[in-house]
Ligand binder design. Sequence first.
Ligand code: ADP
Ligand code: ZN
Ligand code: ZN
Length: 746
Amino acid sequence: MKQASIALPAPHAEASPPADCVVQVAVPVPFADTLSYHLPPAMTDRVCIGARVVVSVRNRTLVGVVTALDASGTASAVRIRPVDTLLDETAFLPESSLDFLRQVGAYYLTPLGEVVATALPNWFRRLPAKAPPVARWWRLARPLSAQEKKQLASRAPRQWEILQAVEQAGVILGKDLAALYPQAAAACRQLQKKGLLAEQDSCVLENQQATTPDFELTTGQQKALEVIRSQQGFAVNLLDGITGSGKTEVYIRAIQQQLEKGRKVLVLVPEIGLTPQLFGEIGRRVTGRVAVLHSGLSDGARAREWQNVRDGKVDVLVCTRSGIFVPMEGLGLIIVDEEHDSSFKQQDGLRYHARDLAVLRGQRENIPVILGSATPSFESLHNARTGKYHWLKLRQRTNRSPLPAIQLLNTQNKPMRGGLAVSVLQRIDQELAEGNQVLVFLNRRGWSPALLCHACGWVADCQHCDVKLTYHKRIHRLRCHHCDREYPVPEFCPKCGSQDIQPMGEGTEKLGDTLAGAVGTERVIRVDRDTVRSANQWKKTLARIRTGQPCVMVGTQMLSKGHDFPNLTLVVVVNVDANFFSLDFRAPEKLAQLLVQVSGRAGRKDRAGEVLIQTHCPDQPLFQQLFRQGYEAFAEAELEQRAAAGFPPASHMAIVRARAKNAEQVEGFLQQMAEALPENPEVAVMGPIPAPIFRKGDFYHMQLLFNSHQRPALRRLLRQLLAWPGLKRPPSGLHWSLDIDPQELA
Ligand code: ADP
Ligand code: ZN
Ligand code: ZN
């Protein structure tokens, strides 16, 4: 084992700084923000705050970031370990960025080292340290005239296809293009020779000349932009605009305005699937360098783009959740699109909410923030209602087409076929005959959510989880959607021996089959995790839908978000009734958002859309309120109920979750934790209670729930909790985590 500083020679004693230089290094360890290391004299005049270093922690070698220099040193300094290697001679993370991460750590009560590890792209924490590889991206070399496009389309349809794909994406990785089109590489070279495509080594889309469409802004858009334009420092705007009200146009103009001032903009979007659309749109419209960063890129490509942004080579960054951490000097505005979306919340490790961090960062940097949605989160609506946020409402559709007509279809005692009402199947057929597209939404994949014995009532359960198994017909297997285990389908009931075992209820696989029987296999496009497994497959499927050919899309919530399907006239929603029985107080909010979002997909420029909801409970107050009075009124009533019940956003919550293979052990651990906490009248502590699914993958899950009207009181208690000695040595095999502002009670 290497010894610390005393063993190191100091050859140029007069010239070098004091040998006892100690640095603080942020490494991902529990319970400590940073660890102290001794800096060998050879490194002392090269080190700076924000540089990465290689250090050993217990028996592991890790990459950490220097967060403080302490040249004075102390007596203990001679016993601490040395830094192994200095990876950077300039600040890899700028100090402003470190300060932000410190604040994030303080908010989520998470050690700085863990926050830094979450914020840095994986590539930069890996050993041996290497520069990220150069990737090849394609873009259009210049805009094409309509005439040229027509020519290319007729003379070289393959090349035309590729060119369109590149134009749609803005810039696209050669590798991704090849995954979409087998002959892409050859076609790109030919297009390059013709001077139509150009190659570059980053995903930056550069536009010299901003373009402005010739329409007039709606009054709502104008007002919103006036408010945003007038903001000099920190301000949060809730851009609450119905689908088709032109929120993107507001974003784009607000971005352009910042670019003209020489400032930069960060745009957060919930999912990779949504990135290309917005990225392309912004890239075409604003003057500046626009780039995209998301988890669909390889580690290397992501690291490279991250570096480009940090080094000031990007003016507008469109990114998913983790992009909120990217250092960006001269930031002037942060936009969060679809701010209500739950994918902004990270559900493991550092459980941060990117929307909340956008507000925190906006405050730090003293700049405006725009949160946009057609169905704002109740948290944001609460802040708008109480005047903390500027409430900018867009209530007019830009094309003046009416909102879709929504109809509840009571399925009790109606003739049904394979999960769909016969009348619904007829309507679908009619729409297709008229050349339109239809979307059938069901948030459940597989053939049926249960396999049941009709003789004795036995139901096939997972042997490792407290859940029913889903029957998948194509593979003829039972699958657990929680632990991913598969089981053969029994021929006889294991309980009574009867052969009368049948799948019960329907998932997307079954609906797809029903629809194929009704309108023909070739017109059905199923979209769920079983049929669309990669980002590229998703792009292919989207491209197929966007051809506008009549088809029925059937799928899960992959289909519900932010996509424009120009020929879609009818949306059918199947079985949302289970949501009415959920224990989570957010279930009505989530359901309302989902219904409004899916409904928003219906309707074409020239024709109002229609939404049919199949339900057993048409009298549910949620439906009545939502569809008669609209989302805002619905939210208002719900917010009042939440306030009366003392739930967020009227209160603040935190959850400690624990799991172990031994149920008593989990309960005992949480019980002791609860008992160790001092009495605090300001904070309600509930539990230990079993999680909604108690046993999952052989682990028993339990939780302690904290709820308080006063955030400071809650934080004080949580700090006391984190100081409980029992946490330092939890029983072996027991895992625990703290979730501040949990989005799900599960
Ligand atoms: P949202 O994001 O609010 O659902 P979009 O931003 O997608 O709505 O806008 C819908 C369509 O309306 C887009 O094609 C956009 O170009 C167009 N649009 C935006 N603003 C206007 C306007 N003021 N007049 C006419 N069309 C507009
Ligand atoms: Zn049976
Ligand atoms: Zn399972």
